[in-house]
Design a protein around this ligand. Sequence first.
Ligand SMILES: Nc1nc2c(ncn2[C@@H]2O[C@H](COP(=O)(O)OP(=O)(O)OP(=O)(O)O)[C@@H](O)[C@H]2O)c(=O)[nH]1
Ligand SMILES: [Mg+2]
Length: 468
Amino acid sequence: MTTPVFAVVGHPNKGKSSLVATLARDDSVHIAPDPGTTRRARAYPMRVGGRVLYTLVDTPGFQRARRVLAWLRETAEREQASAADRPELVARFVRSPELAARHPDEHELLAPIVEGASILYVVDGSVPYGREYEPEMEVLRWTGQPSMAVVNPIRGAAHVDAWQKALGQYFRIVRVLDAVRSEFDERLDLLRAFGELREDWRDQLLEAVDALGRERAQRRTRSAQIIASAIAEVLAHAEEQRLEPGELPETHHAELSQRYEAALRGMERRARRDVEAVYDHRELIAHESELELLEADLFDEDSWLVFGLRRSDVLAAGAAGGALGGGALDLAVGGASLFAGAALGAAAGAAAGWWSSRKLAQLRVVDQPLGGRLVRCGPSRNPNLPFVLLGRARHHHAVVAGRTHAERGEVDLEAGRDARAPLEPGTRTQLARQFARLARTPGDAGARAELARSVESLLAADEGRPAP
Ligand SMILES: Nc1nc2c(ncn2[C@@H]2O[C@H](COP(=O)(O)OP(=O)(O)OP(=O)(O)O)[C@@H](O)[C@H]2O)c(=O)[nH]1
Ligand SMILES: [Mg+2]
């Protein structure tokens, strides 16, 4: 049984490589703004769980379709060939070294089709249809291979209707799909349409649709576990410093709080990279003002709104999560906020007064059983910290899970970051309880698993899926 192979062909610069990158989920496909980027045909197998579900072949754009068509027509005329002989004439074109040298691009793009690939013809729905596309479509028709057209609205859908009318005369199936910004479900629909092209590939493509759906759910589960573990890790974290005899704890304020901030930033960053790897986005560079979690964001009232909290939510979380604040502080060193200064002064504005009584983490002096004393920063008892972490993680997950492999460059986490629905009161209470349990018993695998299940439901809701 052969696996389905599709050659992605068309005019130069119409998003062929972008479609290949998206459908093969491969961010190594070369994509660029200038025409003529792809010079050689290259196959990209799409694997799930080590199995190839289908293969996409990226190809250069047509350069001289009119001349190639003229050669085909003249040869057919001379040899009195019928329509049934046309695929063999195209094969002869591909086999001829002399014609290949004269028409390298057409040679490259027709070769995989002659070898048995079905055709995906890509056009740009944001520019008008024109007759110059007709020789290309005619040459493709001569190959005799099953074919469909994909209208890619690169800069809007202004001419999609006209394209559909014209393409409908050459292709049995015509679909519209944004190669760069399509949604997961739209891509699955396109795969189902692929299945209509060839009877003997249909079952495999429907299986591919199922496999992708299952894999998607597994990725969400895995991401939720990563996020829950990161929250647990943050809630448990403390930085310590041994106090020399007679040394004042205050001398360690600055250094310890800096270390504490850096550690929390690192934990969030690692969890993000892990989630990105789950979605095969290995080259992704998150464009984020390096985690302002401990500065403006956490203290900025806007950030509560952004990450799914309202002022009342924060207060409610504080009440419900009272246990998080349990366990008396041995000795708060100094009364002032550890993180006073720029963050509280500039960004927090009116919220500052409210926040300053709930510092992120306090310094404590701890007597050691074998003598000596430690000064310790953390773990945080701030009930809002896990909510803000969770909100940020949900947002990051939605951006990463929704990103196609044709999108290049940085991820802008600012974009649409208040798109997440606020937490329902019931969910919030439940989460507060789970956070409190984790804070009490950070190593408890059951507590982590429980939180991971709640996170998974939220991630599913963010993608418009029912809770698992
Ligand atoms: N916004 C947007 N840009 C797109 C889309 N498809 C392609 N582009 C952009 O258009 C340019 C060309 O895309 P490619 O995928 O390299 O096009 P191609 O057809 O493979 O081009 P050649 O290999 O040169 O023939 C790139 O800058 C893409 O980022 C799309 O659906 N939306
Ligand atoms: Mg290309």
